[in-house]
Ligand binder design. Structure first.
Ligand code: NAD
Ligand code: UDP
Length: 312
């Protein structure tokens, strides 16, 4: 197989490139390096089956591939709110461009959608059948609505042009190669703890998230891409739910940090709870996460320790 990974220099995309190459696929990573980095894929640059293309997916491109893993899009609120118009363009125009390519070369296309399509959910845990509660005009909308339109485009190209599509909805995922400045909660807490700086809890820390280690996700992504006659959308996430306060306490314990907790205002439209219903992934893909939060955090802490010691 020849696979294209858009966002291949990012956190998840780079792990996916590693996995696909280990499976024996040829891989083209496409990235504009907005939030990704060459460092994430440096070890692959001499691999005979790996190619790197610097390109912005809001511009069309034609590549001959069998499968497209469409992951290009900033994912952390700090990054996607930096240039919100560009974020919407990346989701909408980027997905149209990938669909156009998939249509022409008859490739199978997977969209990395998100649990954010459920917004601040009134249904808990969230099954795929829930349509969500998303603010269309708020500061998270460029990301949430962008992904919702991307899902619409995927389904319409499928119905109208018979494009072979797949949609996954990824829940909060963490692990090595997250950008140190990405502002997401796992990165912030680990970096703050390692530096013995105050840990910044937004709100009272009673909001919940369910954290999935990246290796678990990659296995689910691979199962989904190979599965015949199943478009999705399918939730890929770890159903074990934690409050943000619990996460902070766990990180402090695992790092042996002297950090104190400080409480800052909760950002606008911050979802109060989030936990995937993964019955569909269990049934259709025979998949569920295996890595416990503590074990995944230990690996992620080791990564950030090393990154900080290199002065990056
Ligand atoms: P990331 O920011 O590390 O990776 C995104 C990559 O896309 C980066 O390498 C970035 O440079 C690239 N990119 C952004 N805009 C681009 C453009 N216009 N053209 C080309 N490349 C572009 O984030 P991530 O956590 O690895 O997320 C990857 C995908 O997974 C995203 O689509 C995101 O929405 C989705 N996702 C992630 C999570 C999570 O918790 N990490 C949760 C849900 C969905
Ligand atoms: N959060 C926090 N402190 C931080 C960063 C984030 O308390 O330094 C909270 C944030 O308000 C949210 C949760 O942690 O409730 C997860 O935030 P993140 O940005 O990682 O992901 P998302 O909100 O997109 O799920």
């Amino acid at each position: 197989m020849r696979a294209l990974v858009t966002g291949g220099a990012g956190f998840i995309g780079s792990h996916l490139c590693d996995y696909l190459l280990a499976q024996g696929d040829e891989v083209i990573a496409l990235d504009n390096f907005f939030t990704g980095s060459k460092q994430n894929i440096k070890h692959l640059l001499d691999h005979p089956d790996f190619e790197l293309v610097r390109h912005d997916i809001i511009q069309p491109i034609l590549l001959e591939v069998d499968q497209i893993y469409h992951f290009a899009c900033p994912a952390s609120p700090v990054h996607y709110q930096y240039n919100p118009v560009k974020t919407t363009k990346t989701s909408v125009m980027g997905t149209i461009n990938m669909l156009g390519m998939a249509k022409r070369v008859r490739a199978r296309l997977m969209l990395a959608s998100t649990s954010e399509v459920y917004g601040d959910p009134e249904v808990h845990p969230q099954p795929e059948s829930y349509w969500g509660k998303v603010n269309p005009i708020g500061i998270r909308s460029c990301y949430d609505e962008g992904k919702r339109v991307a899902e619409t485009l995927m389904m319409d190209y499928h119905r109208q042009n018979n494009v072979d599509v797949k949609i996954i909805r990824i829940f909060n995922t963490y692990g090595p190669r997250m950008a140190i400045n990405d502002g997401r909660v796992v990165t912030n807490f680990i970096v703050q703890a390692l530096r013995n700086e105050d840990i910044t809890i937004f709100g009272e820390g009673r909001q919940t998230r369910s954290f999935q280690y990246v290796d678990d996700l990659i296995l689910g992504v691979s199962r989904m891409m190979q599965k015949e006659d199943f478009i999705g959308p399918v939730n890929l996430g770890n159903p074990v739910e934690f409050t943000i306060l619990e996460l902070a306490q766990t990180v402090i314990r695992l790092t042996g940090s002297r950090s104190k907790l400080i409480y800052l205002p909760l950002p606008e439209d911050d979802p109060t709870q989030r936990k995937p219903d993964i019955s569909l992934a269990r049934n259709k893909l025979n998949w569920e996460p295996a890595i416990r939060l503590e074990d995944g955090l230990k690996k992620t802490i080791a990564y950030f320790e090393e990154t900080l010691s290199r002065g990056k």
